[in-house]
Write a protein that binds this ligand. Structure first.
Ligand SMILES: NC(=O)c1ccc[n+]([C@@H]2O[C@H](COP(=O)([O-])OP(=O)(O)OC[C@H]3O[C@@H](n4cnc5c(N)ncnc54)[C@H](OP(=O)(O)O)[C@@H]3O)[C@@H](O)[C@H]2O)c1
Length: 309
């Protein structure tokens, strides 16, 4: 018997990247899904089966109404970098409002997506505010699961795709610093499996959502290059020059390619699990690349186009 049949869950960003994979799994289990999103009229891959509502953080009562009757809230909402008035501090405050609204609406559990090595004392707003949000959730009195991924690779991913795009487009690929800092990516399908599995539990859980391989950044770039058939000249540059190149590329592409904070986070080894690397997922990047190499990086994926236009 399918005991989940009558349940409704809410997924933030159900038409976005990881939220789309979580939603697909829930629908396949016969669960009703609602979404909160910044783009309610975006192309709907679920043929009208997911009702969507705007985030309405400025109207908590509305947010509460839109969450009423839901069993679990899967939260993917976050911003990659501050832009205009939307800073990480405001995104964190938005999540405090969202969690509070979920509690008032009687939501049973929150599955929240954070980041590896979120840290209250971090100088990087992304990591610091993620840690603050984790604390807000832990103190909310609600049942929760916190998933901390590093980079999530998959068809709609930005980072791995755009590394491949640069490798395809230019003969030289600049790597900031030694390139020896590490990264432990997780496959989006594995990530969604984990999120849905943890949603069905009651106990409070915190887990690094990481894949089976730890790469140095340079080795990951070289692996991507070898799988797409590029033989670039990899040069090491200091982070100031990397930042300058990234800004120029951003101006040409009308995007933010990589921020200084993202470069710093990578170089500080923050995108690898410190919990002795017990992987929570099994799909290997190299196996996924074998299947995806022909389409990977053929087009550039723009963060600004995805979220700001
Ligand atoms: N992707 C990765 O490699 C990665 C790595 C580590 C951690 N994470 C974490 O995993 C979670 C999900 O990531 P994702 O890549 O799957 O996210 P996503 O689908 O691109 O976005 C998730 C949600 O956040 C909203 N959002 C994103 N950027 C926004 C912005 N600038 N302004 C307003 N709303 C914005 C989206 O709005 P719409 O509904 O309007 O699209 C969506 O509802 C995030 O919490 C992220 O921090 C992701």
């Amino acid at each position: 018997m399918n005991t989940t049949h009558s349940l409704t869950h809410v997924v933030t960003g159900a038409f976005g990247y990881s939220g789309q994979y979580i939603t697909r799994r829930l629908l396949d289990r016969g669960v009703q899904v609602r979404s909160l999103t910044g783009h309610p009229r975006r192309f709907d891959p679920f043929d009208g089966n997911v009702l969507s509502y705007p985030y309405s953080f400025d109207s908590p009562a509305q947010l509460t109404r839109n969450l009423e009757g839901a069993d679990t809230l899967f939260n993917t909402y976050w911003i990659r970098f501050a832009r205009g008035e939307l800073t990480h501090e405001i995104a964190a405050e938005n999540l405090r409002i969202l969690f509070d609204s979920a509690k008032k609406a009687g939501v049973r559990r929150i599955v929240h997506v954070s980041i590896t090595n979120a840290e209250l004392n971090s100088t990087l707003p992304y990591f610091r505010e993620k840690a603050i949000v984790e604390d807000v959730l832990k103190q909310s009195g609600m049942s929760y699961a916190i998933l901390r991924p590093t980079v999530i690779f998959g068809d709609e991913d930005i980072l791995v795709n755009n590394i491949a795009w640069f490798l395809r487009k230019f003969p030289v690929y600049p790597i900031f610093g030694s390139g020896k800092y590490r990264i432990q990516p997780i496959f989006v399908e594995d990530f969604a499996d984990l999120a849905v599995e943890l949603g069905a539990k009651d106990e409070n859980i915190e887990i690094d959502a990481v894949g089976p391989d730890i790469f140095t950044y340079e080795d990951m770039v070289r692996l991507i290059g070898s799988k797409i058939g590029s033989s670039n000249w990899i040069v090491h540059v200091n982070s100031a020059l990397a930042m300058f190149s990234s800004k120029i590329a951003g101006l040409i592409l009308r995007d933010v390619v990589l921020t200084g904070d993202e470069i710093e986070a990578l170089m500080k080894d923050l995108l690898v699990s410190k919990s002795q690397g017990i992987p929570s997922a099994t799909t290997r990047l190299k196996d996924w690349l074998d299947k995806s190499a022909s389409s990977l990086g053929v087009s550039y994926t723009s963060e600004l186009k995805r979220h700001y236009r």
